[in-house]
Design a protein around this ligand. Structure first.
Ligand SMILES: [Zn+2]
Length: 464
């Protein structure tokens, strides 16, 4: 009996999974089978009750009404429990180009093409097994709209190859454990890395090593910027609207296409990718020297026809709601909808002022310390570690994170206005002067004087 990839023996793998998540020992497609059995049991119970009533004549009208009510409620409960997940959208025959691409890549990898391709709300992609011989491909909407056809080929090749590598039930179970359970043992990580590297190698045979590696980097860039955008814009908007912004995906697309989101945050992102042991090892195995990449991989041509501008509004709205509920761990329904551009400015101000308060606390300053003093203190040296900021923020250094809310408040007090609700780092003064808050913060963090960069004083518009 041979061991599994990564040096894990089968008995050890079995006990590892049994001790942590025994459900994983069943194939994923067993879930629907279990549900079918549940359904059959429920249907048999209803049929038995009807038969008892039928033979025990005469049946009163009240008994019949009760039976009908119970049957309807049971049907409703079953339908609600098994309704299609809101984070998935099956892509139909109108996406023939994508299906052709997937079939072609599957043939080159040497696997059966998945029967269906579905868009998902997450910035992720995976091939899933839906039956002993059947598979599906789930591709995140952010990847579908932003990846070039070449990158899509690379991603599809890797996911299909990875599904093939996971054909052993035990290997698949340990891999899933590694993905879903925090703090997995080292042997699970070794197995996951071995499976991923085999999939990467198969992908490289289809698209070449360089494309395989650069697509991995770009997927990371897309995922990180999408999660940053969710935190920076989606979270305050959801709180203000007590709902969800319908245009979350469209807003992020605008930002990444027109506001250089990936490029601006590259240095910080490159450091984060390099710090991820598994990710960095995969890139090394593909021969990519991450430190030699001066900027994020160029996107080239975006998406396929019919996908690059996103999915129908109703689907994107459903995805946005699902994604924000997951992100906020919301017990809240987020039932009301709205637009990012319809969020009042005081909400955006409050978001950054909250961070300014956290910076003051970290510096041991009183809650009403003037923002200019906060900026000067940070400029004199920031040693408080990671400053409060958004998840996966694009800022070059923690001092920049700490300076941004202080500079924002100084400029807002001086009458500066938002130039665009989706480009909040740019503020416009009463005399038309534009200030890029992040640019100013970077200059101050590099040692340039606060007074030279921020000559404005609070209340200036009132003295004009
Ligand atoms: Zn930051």
């Amino acid at each position: 009996m041979g061991g599994l990839p990564g040096g894990l023996s089968r008995p050890r793998a079995f006990w590892l999974v049994l001790g942590r998540s025994p459900r994983l020992l069943f194939p994923p497609w067993a879930g629907p089978l279990f549900r079918a059995v549940e359904g059959a049991i429920a249907a048999s119970a209803v049929a038995a009750a009807a038969a008892v009533l039928w033979f025990r004549s005469p049946v009163t009208a009240g008994e019949l009404a009760c039976a009908a009510l119970v049957g309807s409620l049971a049907g409703l409960a079953f339908a609600l429990a098994h309704r299609p997940p809101e984070h998935l959208h099956p892509l139909g025959p109108e996406h023939a180009e994508l299906y052709a691409l997937v079939r072609e890549v599957a043939a080159e990898v040497g696997v059966r093409a998945p029967r269906r391709v579905l868009a998902t709300a997450e910035a992720d992609a995976k091939a899933v097994r839906t039956g002993p011989l059947r598979g599906e491909l789930w591709i995140g909407l952010p990847y579908l709209t932003e990846m070039s056809p070449v990158e899509l080929r690379s991603m599809v090749a890797r996911e299909l190859a990875l599904l093939r590598e996971r054909r052993s039930r035990l290997a698949d179970a340990v891999y899933t454990l590694w993905v879903t359970h925090p703090g997995p043992p080292a042997r699970a990580s070794a197995l996951a890395l071995a499976l991923l590297e085999r999939a990467d190698a198969a992908c490289a045979r289809v698209v070449g090593r360089e494309t395989a590696a650069l697509t991995l980097v770009r997927a990371q860039v897309l995922t990180n910027t999408f999660l940053w955008f969710t935190d920076r814009y989606g979270t305050p908007a959801a709180t203000a609207l007590d709902g969800f912004p319908l245009d979350l995906y469209a807003g992020w697309r605008w930002k990444i296409r027109n506001d250089f989101l990936a490029e601006r945050g590259w240095l910080r992102m490159r450091a984060r990718i390099a710090a991820d042991q598994v990710g960095a090892a995969r890139l090394r195995a593909l021969g990519l020297d991450l430190s030699a990449l001066p900027g994020p991989p160029a996107p080239g041509e975006r998406g396929l026809p019919g996908l690059r501008d996103g999915l129908p509004g109703s689907v994107e709205a459903r995805f946005a709601r699902h994604h924000l509920r997951w992100w906020l761990s919301a017990g809240r329904d987020l039932a009301n909808a709205g637009s990012l551009r319809g969020v009042p400015e005081r909400v955006w101000d409050a978001h950054l002022d909250g961070r300014l308060g956290e910076v003051r606390t970290l510096l041991g300053m009183p809650g009403d310390a003037p923002p200019r003093r906060v900026a000067e203190t940070v400029a004199a040296g920031w040693a408080a570690g990671q400053a409060p900021c958004e998840y996966q923020c694009p800022h070059a250094a923690p001092a920049v994170c700490a300076l941004v809310p202080a500079i924002h408040r100084i400029l807002r007090d001086a009458g500066y206005a938002y130039e665009d609700p989706l480009r909040q780092r740019v503020l416009v003064g009463w005399d038309g002067a534009r200030a890029d808050v992040v640019f100013v913060a970077e200059a101050i963090a590099r040692g340039e004087p606060v007074a030279a960069l921020l000559p404005v004083e609070a209340g200036r518009p009132d003295v004009s």
